[in-house]
Design a binder for this molecule. Sequence first.
Ligand code: NAG
Ligand code: NAG
Ligand code: NAG
Ligand code: NAG
Ligand code: NAG
Ligand code: NAG
Ligand code: NAG
Ligand code: NAG
Length: 486
Amino acid sequence: MKRSFTLVDVLLLLAFLSGASWAVKGSSQCRQTKSGMIRPHSVSITEFGAVGDGVTLNTKAFQNAIFYLNSFADKGGAKLFVPAGRWLTGSFDLISHLTLWLDKNAVILGSTVSPLLLLKGHLLMDDWPVVDPLPSYGRGRELPGGRHRSLIYGRNLTDIIITGDNGTIDGQGRIWWEWFQSGTLDYTRPHLVELMNSSGVVISNLTFLNSPFWTIPPCILQLRLFLWMNSHVRVQNVTILAPLDSPNTDGIDPDSSDDVCIEDCYISTGDDLIAIKSGWDEYGISYGCPSTRIIIRGLIGETQLGSGIAIGSEMSGGISEVHAENLQFFNSVTAIRIKTSPGRGGYVRNIYISNVTLDHVDIAIRFTGQYGEHPDEFFDPNALPIIERITIKDVTGKNIKVAGLLEGIEGDNFRNICLSNITLNVISESPWNCSYIEGYSNLVTPETCDSLKESIFPKHYLDCYHLSRHLWSSSNQNKGARLWSW
Ligand SMILES: *[C@@H]1O[C@H](CO)[C@@H](O)[C@H](O)[C@H]1NC(C)=O
Ligand SMILES: *[C@@H]1O[C@H](CO)[C@@H](O)[C@H](O)[C@H]1NC(C)=O
Ligand SMILES: *[C@@H]1O[C@H](CO)[C@@H](O)[C@H](O)[C@H]1NC(C)=O
Ligand SMILES: *[C@@H]1O[C@H](CO)[C@@H](O)[C@H](O)[C@H]1NC(C)=O
Ligand SMILES: *[C@@H]1O[C@H](CO)[C@@H](O)[C@H](O)[C@H]1NC(C)=O
Ligand SMILES: *[C@@H]1O[C@H](CO)[C@@H](O)[C@H](O)[C@H]1NC(C)=O
Ligand SMILES: *[C@@H]1O[C@H](CO)[C@@H](O)[C@H](O)[C@H]1NC(C)=O
Ligand SMILES: *[C@@H]1O[C@H](CO)[C@@H](O)[C@H](O)[C@H]1NC(C)=O
């Protein structure tokens, strides 16, 4: 039976096209970044006197090699080759148009020279220099003031490739944990790799470790690829490992970054596998730099203390247009998490998470509206975050304790939360617990909480982010409702 187009059909089509055009653009961006590009010039770190014995400190060799390669930046760029060996180094800076290539069995090891010695004017002063706090955080995340520069650091760059044949970057974080616990650190711990205000970044085919001794407890060098204020970033086929009981060892943190694509990664750490952020309370609000257009595809991992995908808690610059799909999380506390708090301001909207497989996860979906943790006492408690248009669909899970613990903020409900086609094998007798949450659902087992029970179809698909692909077919001969995909 033919029927004419209604206004709703047209709106639906427009919504679909606008959503889809971004998704298509996004996925081609995922593919297009050139990673195998040949650089016309190449040098080996050994040509700069580096010794790969795991003992010799090679900070100067890395710095000199990169200083030398800078002269090729306007001639197509250059490649710094790191052969098999154990290359101990302090923090070094990258430059634009550079490929850092770690060959098979090449390991870059973070220096374990105490930053305290450095502050006393020791010769090795340059190993872990202190840089300014991020303006969107106002201070170091752990301690007031500056923070130690990451092992591999880049700022204001373009066209950077960090890749190789499964080489390893190992932060040796354990020693930092000891310094931190004994209160000897004056500044926030460094990340493993930190890229700031850069574009055209590819990180692929590598392993990131923080401790060679698997059983050693917490480590501190945050095992983060920390990406601040970047655009056009692709992280592909990397393995990130840290002890499961190590605190704050997030895997990858895109922070105030846009056009980020993270594909086919295995991450096993103590904290969130991927955490999307955008600044902290009043500093993040005034800096106003969002994270947007983030694609995550093909992520496998476990985390004993964190979540598979986290948004926040620092989200004051806003976070939007996040598409995450084909995710597998096991042996984890939480799979999908949104963390925020009064004082954060900002927004989290237009989030789409789909095709998730879970096994042995305590809480499948968790929203926390009272996360707390403020940079100082000057935050504005009336700066309430806006959380809306979050779609989570096609989730299956076994050995789940709680399906959803969804806590919004009183007087600031999280809105248009849409759950579709979720089947969880849950142990708890009250699988869902929602407060200050509004939204819709379809095909959720066990049955979701009252505030989400209203059906998405036919009335509310436009309220749900990116669900326009599924149409309610009113012309269907069958009595029952039917969903179909384009
Ligand atoms: C990056 O740009 C900022 C702002 O222009 C500047 O303050 C900073 O010194 C630059 N940093 C580097 C490493 O070039
Ligand atoms: C980012 O880099 C551009 C040019 O490289 C510079 O103009 C700008 O000030 C930088 N911003 C920050 C926050 O570093
Ligand atoms: C992933 O990286 C490993 C080396 O770390 C390489 O052997 C493998 O071919 C890569 N896979 C893809 C799909 O790029
Ligand atoms: C890459 O190296 C890591 C650590 O050395 C190892 O665990 C992993 O199996 C390797 N992956 C591939 C594809 O060779
Ligand atoms: C990863 O390595 C594989 C195998 O060498 C190669 O085919 C692929 O292009 C590499 N991917 C990236 C993004 O570097
Ligand atoms: C769902 O994700 C799995 C990997 O977790 C993948 O093998 C499968 O093809 C995905 N399904 C769809 C429909 O994309
Ligand atoms: C529900 O999700 C499962 C995967 O979790 C998928 O195989 C199935 O096709 C989905 N059903 C509908 C109606 O979309
Ligand atoms: C729901 O969670 C709150 C804490 O967020 C707890 O106080 C309450 O007891 C829970 N309700 C049920 C029925 O589990």
